[in-house]
Each structure stands twice: as structure tokens, then as C-alpha cells.
Design a protein around this ligand. Structure first.
Ligand SMILES: [Zn+2]
Length: 167
């Protein structure tokens, strides 16, 4: 096989566009040219995929199907955050209602954190009592916010408990 047997690439690709021609016929039986054509096809396919500004007609349908099957990440994060909030509130209420029981269950390292939070809650409660008659609504909101914020901090510290406690 001599180089002159293979057609010019420009001719080959022109015939490829047209779909017929002697160069294309040659390429079918020539491993060198058919490999070249296959490479060209792959490159063209990738190029179209990269350069095509229009999404495929099935894109909207496929995206909608994907959205329908799985909830949006933002909503999922919101729900997990809400779950953490509710769980923290529940832990805080449990500590307030049955402090002794909670203390007996928790380790000594965690107990100090609980005592700190207990003092904080007592401070908040006395402050709330003083303000209760003047502005009950805003005070309640503020109390809930402060309670949640402190509980979040307590929960985070409690989560790091094993690192802080000494063996
Ligand atoms: Zn050839």
C-alpha cells in the first residue's frame, strides 16, 4: 500500500458529507482511512455535544422527571435543619423538665456543660419574668430564639464530648 492510494483528507471528508464517492469506497476497505474516518466521527460527535447551544428536546422532560423523583436539595437541607432544631428543642425541654434524670444519664464532662446551660436558662427565665407583663409576645419569641441558639451550641459541644473528656 503506497501513500498515493489513499485519497486526500479533504476529498474524503467531502465525500463523507455527500455520503458517496470513490474515496469513501476506498476508505471502507482501507484500515488507515477507515480509522481516520472513525476518529473524525468521534471528534465531530464530541464537538457537536460541546458546541450545540440548544438542549436536546428531551431535556426538559428528563429534568422534570428527575425533579419529580428526588426532592430539591434546598428543601432537603431545610427539613434536616428543621429536624435538628426540633431535636435540640426536645433535648433542651427534657433537660429543663427532668434535669436530675438527664444529669444522671450524661457523663461528667457533659454534666458541666449542662450546668452552664441550666444557669443560662435560669437567667433567661428570671429576665423573662421581669419583662413578661410589659411585652409577653416579643419576649417569648426572644426566649425561644435564645433557647434554640444556646441548645445548638450545647448540642455541638456535646457532639465533641468524646474529644474533650479525659479517659
Ligand atoms: Zn486509505
Amino acid at each position: 500500500m503506497t501513500p498515493t492510494e489513499c485519497p486526500d483528507l479533504e476529498v474524503l471528508f467531502t465525500e463523507l458529507e455527500e455520503g458517496t464517492g470513490p474515496a469513501l469506497e476506498h476508505a471502507a476497505s482501507c484500515p488507515l482511512c477507515s480509522a481516520m474516518l472513525e476518529e473524525h466521527r468521534q471528534l465531530e460527535k464530541d464537538l457537536y455535544r460541546l458546541a450545540d447551544p440548544l438542549p436536546p428536546p428531551t431535556l426538559v422532560a428528563s429534568v422534570m422527571a428527575r425533579v419529580a423523583t428526588e426532592p430539591p436539595p434546598l428543601r432537603r437541607e431545610l427539613w434536616s435543619g428543621l429536624t435538628i432544631l426540633v431535636a435540640s428543642l426536645g433535648v433542651g425541654l427534657a433537660l429543663l423538665i427532668s434535669n436530675d434524670t438527664a444529669l444522671s444519664r450524661l457523663g461528667t464532662a457533659l454534666a458541666s456543660w449542662v450546668m452552664d446551660s441550666k444557669a443560662l436558662f435560669q437567667g433567661l427565665a428570671s429576665g423573662a419574668n421581669a419583662l413578661w407583663h410589659t411585652a409577653a409576645g416579643p419576649v417569648t419569641a426572644l426566649l425561644v430564639f435564645l433557647l434554640l441558639a444556646s441548645l445548638f451550641g450545647l448540642k455541638r459541644l456535646a457532639g465533641n464530648g468524646p474529644n474533650l473528656s479525659e479517659a
